[in-house]
Write a protein that binds this ligand. Structure first.
Ligand code: ZN
Length: 375
């Protein structure tokens, strides 16, 4: 399970919302540039008097305003999450979509539904406000056109996100509905995930058919891109669901190795001999007050040559125990994976509720169990 930490992608910070950091991805800058160019051309087609500079300014203004509308949609999700007491790690606006990363588990179908519906509600409200404001901008043809375009974009954003398949908001609402009806979040995820795959094909195929009909390549391109985006998101949900299914049958006590407890100055050779004698499979180093202070790193111990075993104290090949390396033996499989992800190590000390040692968990053992169940 000790996979290297994923390299963090470069993000552009744009501010905070009730302490939640907001970011744009660099890919969004690329998309905004494309939108600017496409809409500048469209503006020049529609408005004969528009200068090139005004058309590009209009296109850029539209791209930026569209991003703010996308952000407002995400802040709808964030507001409800925060109101329900869920922590939100960050909001990332990327290529064609935004993502609000909610840290806490959503334990109730009703909460999932409320958080999901909040985004489309914000988009629909924005569409309504912009349609109402459009007449006020009729003094400038360009401003009027852009306000109307934004209003339509928000309406499309609301409607599209309500399509019933993950990873769209409508898919989360479908998951909540199935979850509520069956009392199983997993069944909900599976149904909404498969619905997402079907939706991806429908969106891609539908937009290709439409583009042939109206002879417009851009429609097909956009539709296929959205299809790929939905397919990837739905596939991800189904993979995670399959993994949690396997985790559900993993019990921490079954994975524990019995440990040998030795003083820091014990030679590694002697510790290994005693380990074999008592059938232990991990070595915990104690401090002067008999408290566990470090765990011998199996790989580091193997690298010590035979002739040096008698002269190498165990402390030299042990990793000091950080708070995150002591795990209660009551952790569920999900909590266990979370704990390992927060503090990656090769060995962990597992303790009973009274603080007494229960054994040693080797990350490699957990990885073996998980990959064995995959087959
Ligand atoms: Zn949304």
């Amino acid at each position: 399970m000790q996979r290297p930490r994923a390299r963090a992608p470069v993000l552009i910070p744009v501010g905070r919302f009730f302490g939640v950091p907001l970011y744009f991805t660099p890919s969004w800058v690329l998309v905004a540039t494309l939108i600017t160019i496409m809409y500048a051309a469209a503006i020049r087609d529609r408005l004969e008097g528009a200068s090139t500079a005004a058309a590009y300014a209009g296109g850029a203004g539209f791209a930026l305003a569209l991003a703010l509308c996308l952000l407002a949609h995400e802040l709808g999700h964030v507001s409800v999450s925060l109101a329900l007491g869920k922590r939100v790690r960050r909001v990332v606006i990327m290529f064609l979509a935004g993502m609000s990363e909610i840290e806490d588990e959503i334990a109730r179908a009703r909460d999932e539904c409320l958080i999901a519906v909040a985004g489309p509600i914000v988009s629909a409200l924005l569409a309504g406000i912009l349609f109402a404001l459009a007449p006020l901008a009729s003094g400038s043809e360009l401003a009027h056109l852009i306000v109307l375009l934004l209003a339509w974009s928000n309406l499309v954003l609301a409607a599209f996100n309500l399509l019933p398949g993950l990873p769209l908001d409508g898919g989360r609402m479908l998951r909540a509905a199935v979850w509520g009806a069956t009392h199983s979040q997993r069944i909900g995820s599976r149904v909404a995930g498969w619905a997402g795959l079907a939706l991806a094909i429908l969106v891609a195929a539908g937009s290709v058919a439409l583009s042939v009909r109206i002879a417009d390549v851009a429609t097909a391109l956009l539709g296929v891109l959205l299809g790929v985006f939905i397919w990837a998101g739905a596939g991800q949900v189904l993979r995670v669901t399959a993994l949690t299914d396997r985790l559900a049958v993993v019990r921490l006590p079954d994975l524990l190795r019995p440990g040998l407890f030795v003083r820091a100055d014990t030679p590694l050779g002697e510790a290994l001999r005693r380990t074999r004698e008592v059938g232990a499979r991990g070595i915990v180093v104690l401090d002067g007050a008999e408290r566990p202070q470090a765990i011998v790193d199996e790989a580091a111990a193997r690298r010590v040559s035979d002739e040096r075993l008698a002269w190498t104290p165990v402390a030299q090949v042990a990793r000091p125990i950080e708070p995150g390396m002591i795990l209660p033996d009551t952790l569920s499989a999900d909590e266990l994976i979370g704990a390992i992800r927060r503090t990656p190590a090769s060995e962990y000390l597992v303790v009973h509720a009274d603080g007494g040692p229960a054994g040693i968990l080797a990350a490699a053992d957990l990885a073996t169990v998980l990959s064995a169940r995959r087959r």
